[in-house]
Design a protein around this ligand. Structure first.
Ligand SMILES: CC(C)(COP(=O)(O)OP(=O)(O)OC[C@H]1O[C@@H](n2cnc3c(N)ncnc32)[C@H](O)[C@@H]1OP(=O)(O)O)[C@@H](O)C(=O)NCCC(=O)NCCS
Length: 171
């Protein structure tokens, strides 16, 4: 049975392993997932298959936190699903859970994320759930807007050579 839960105990190790297996996201060092689990664990979720006898298997995760810069915004840092579980609504489940968590969180009134202009699957995920593009609002001083397939993005937002689309859902 698939369940979505807050990260617990040693779950961060499975998340770290999974991040290394999924194309399209960066695998951060193991301690990054531990620090996030220890200090921001309330907004760090795993999607896992619970087995009757034996350990559960982590199929996906959403690593997020409430931003200090953009007050009241829960920032989705990484959302990812194992290759064999993609296309089965696991990502949608994680994102819906995140939105529900944000709704229940005091002083939180939006969920936001940045998505690379080349990542069509992730763009669809956010659009399907009703997120809107707000790249203009969130670009920094001196940062340049560009348009990819009709979608506004911020050029080289992370300084890594990639253009990022800002998706936001106001609650
Ligand atoms: C993006 C990702 C999290 C989506 O999770 P998922 O469980 O596969 O997505 P879902 O099954 O819930 O699908 C949600 C919608 O997204 C779209 N979608 C998902 N993956 C897609 C893909 N590879 N190509 C095109 N559309 C895709 C579909 O339109 C789908 O809606 P529909 O089936 O009702 O039309 C997952 O594919 C993934 O881990 N990708 C690699 C890592 C990554 O890019 N993470 C995001 C970084 S910002």
């Amino acid at each position: 049975m698939l369940a979505i839960d807050t990260v617990r105990g040693e779950d961060y190790k499975a998340v770290h392993r999974l991040a290394g297996e999924i194309d399209g996201i960066v695998q951060h060092a193991g301690h990054v997932y531990k620090i996030m689990a220890d200090h921001f664990g309330d907004s760090f979720f795993i999607a896992h298959e619970k087995k009757q006898n034996g350990p559960s298997v982590v199929l996906g995760f959403m690593l997020g936190f409430v931003s200090q810069k953009f007050k009241g915004h829960l920032f989705v840092w990484q959302i990812a699903v194992s290759h064999k579980s993609q296309g089965k609504k696991v990502g949608s489940g994680l994102l819906k859970h995140t939105v529900e968590y944000a709704r229940k969180t005091r002083d939180c009134h939006a969920v936001m994320a940045t998505v690379e202009t080349t990542n069509i699957g992730s763009q669809r995920l956010f659009e399907k759930l009703g997120f809107t593009i707000r790249s203009e609002k969130f670009r920094g001083n001196g940062q340049v807007l560009t348009v990819h397939h009709g979608k506004e993005a911020v050029e080289n937002f992370y300084g890594s050579g990639t253009d990022q689309i800002f998706y936001v859902m106001e609650l």
